[in-house]
Design a protein around this ligand. Structure first.
Ligand code: SF4
Length: 349
C-alpha cells in the first residue's frame, strides 16, 4: 500500500570497508522507514553501525568505506542515481545533519554568522544582507541570547551548548524535511542537553521536520522518539514504537540495554550491563551475531542467523526465540532459558 507520509525508505543497505583481512560489512542488510515529521531513534552501543548507516544515507562514507548494496529512497527517489552536485543540493536543502562535537563541523576561522549565511546562500536566492538577517533570525529561533551580537562571534568564543545551538540553527536554516542528529547532546551537560532536546522537539512541531536521532542514551530516546530501531553488529535486531519497546522489549540485547539504565528510585548501585563487547566487522560471529553475549544462546543461534520478522504490525524482532513462538526452540534453548534468571527470561518463557 502506498504511504503518502513516507519520507525515507532504506532497503537492505550494506556498507563495507576494505581492510587487511578483506572486505568487511559495517552495515549489513539494514531496512527501515521514516515518515514525515516522525522522530526515529537509532540505538545501540558504539560500533553497532549507527553512524555508518547515517553517513551511507547521505552518501558521505569515505574511503576505504563504500555502500555496496541496497537502496535509499528519499521521497521515492533513489539517491544512488543522484550526481554529487544533486546530493550536495539535497544535503542542506532537504536533509541536514548535526554531529556530537560541533567544533569539528564549525570552521574556526569564520564567524558563526558567516557560516550560517553561507549555507543559506548556497541553497536560497537571497542577498548577503538578507542571508545575514536570516542567520540572526535562526539564532533567535534556537534561543541564543543577544543573537545580533553572537552572529559576529567565532566558534571558540561560544560554550559547547551555544555551539550545538549554532549547528542546529545552521542545519535548520533551509527548513530540511529530515534532520539526522548523531549523538547531538552527548558532549553537553544535563541541563543544556534537556534544553537542546526541547528545542529539537519544538522545531519538529513547528516545521514538521522528521528527525533520525542516533544515540546510545535511552533517556534521550524516551524523551524524543516515536519509534526506535535497535542495531547490533551492523544489523537491525528490534524495531517498534517507543512505548511497546520500552515496556516489553523482545530481543535479549534490547533487554540488556534497558537493564543498564540507572534507576533513580532504586537503591541498587551496581548497574547490570551486557557482558562482553560488540564484535568488530572483521570478526563477526557466525549465526546470530549476539550469541557470544546472549545468556539464552542455544545451538541453533550459533549456527544460523535469525531473520528480522514482523511480530505484530509495525513491530520487528530478529531472534530465534521469536521465530513463530517457543515451538521452534530446541530442548537445549528451553532448558537454558528456564535456568537463567537475568534479562527477563521469565517473560520469554
Ligand atoms: Fe540470543 Fe539466540 Fe536470540 Fe540471538 S537468536 S538473541 S543468541 S536467543
Amino acid at each position: 500500500m502506498h504511504n503518502e507520509n513516507l519520507l525515507l525508505d532504506v532497503q537492505n543497505l550494506r556498507t563495507c570497508f576494505q581492510t587487511d583481512q578483506g572486505e568487511v560489512a559495517a552495515v549489513d542488510g539494514v531496512d527501515f522507514k521514516i515518515n514525515k515529521g516522525e522522530v526515529v531513534a537509532v540505538v545501540g552501543e558504539s560500533g553497532c553501525g549507527k553512524s555508518v548507516t547515517a553517513f551511507s544515507i547521505l552518501k558521505l562514507v569515505s574511503r576505504p568505506g563504500k555502500v555496496t548494496g541496497g537502496k535509499v529512497l528519499f521521497e521515492g527517489k533513489d539517491l544512488a542515481q543522484f550526481s554529487d552536485q544533486a546530493m550536495q543540493k539535497l544535503r542542506g536543502n532537504d536533509i541536514s545533519m548535526i554531529f556530537q562535537e560541533p567544533l569539528t563541523s564549525l570552521n574556526p576561522v569564520y564567524t558563526v554568522g558567516y557560516q550560517i549565511s553561507e549555507v543559506i546562500l548556497l541553497h536560497q536566492k537571497l542577498t548577503q544582507k538578507e542571508a545575514r538577517e536570516k542567520a540572526v533570525d535562526m539564532l533567535k529561533k534556537v534561543n541564543i541570547p543577544r543573537a545580533d551580537k553572537v552572529v559576529d562571534s567565532f566558534p571558540h568564543e561560544l560554550s559547547g551548548g551555544m555551539r550545538q545551538r549554532v549547528m542546529i540553527a545552521m542545519a535548520l536554516s533551509c527548513n530540511p524535511k529530515l534532520l539526522i542528529a548523531d549523538e547531538p547532546t552527548t558532549a553537553l551537560d544535563v541541563t543544556i542537553q534537556a534544553q537542546i532536546l526541547e528545542l529539537m522537539k519544538g522545531l519538529r512541531n513547528d516545521f514538521n521536520t522528521a528527525i533520525m536521532m542516533i544515540t546510545h542514551d535511552l533517556g534521550v530516546v524516551a524523551e524524543m522518539a516515536d519509534r526506535v530501531i535497535v542495531m547490533y553488529a551492523g544489523k537491525v535486531v528490534e524495531e517498534g514504537d517507543v512505548f511497546t519497546l520500552f515496556k516489553d522489549p523482545k530481543h535479549p540485547y534490547t533487554k540488556g540495554l534497558m537493564k543498564s539504565i540507572p534507576k533513580i528510585h532504586e537503591l541498587k548501585v551496581e548497574l547490570e550491563s551486557i557482558r562482553g563487547t560488540v564484535p568488530t566487522p572483521s570478526n563477526m560471529p557466525k549465526g546470530c551475531r549476539f550469541h557470544p553475549r546472549c545468556p539464552l544462546a542455544a545451538e541453533k543461534c550459533v549456527e544460523q542467523p535469525p531473520k528480522l520478522l514482523e511480530l505484530k504490525p509495525e513491530y520487528f524482532v530478529s531472534c530465534w526465540l521469536h521465530d513463530g513462538g517457543e515451538v521452534n526452540l530446541d530442548d537445549e534453548l528451553a532448558k537454558r532459558a528456564a535456568s537463567f534468571t537475568g534479562y527477563g527470561a521469565e517473560k520469554i518463557l
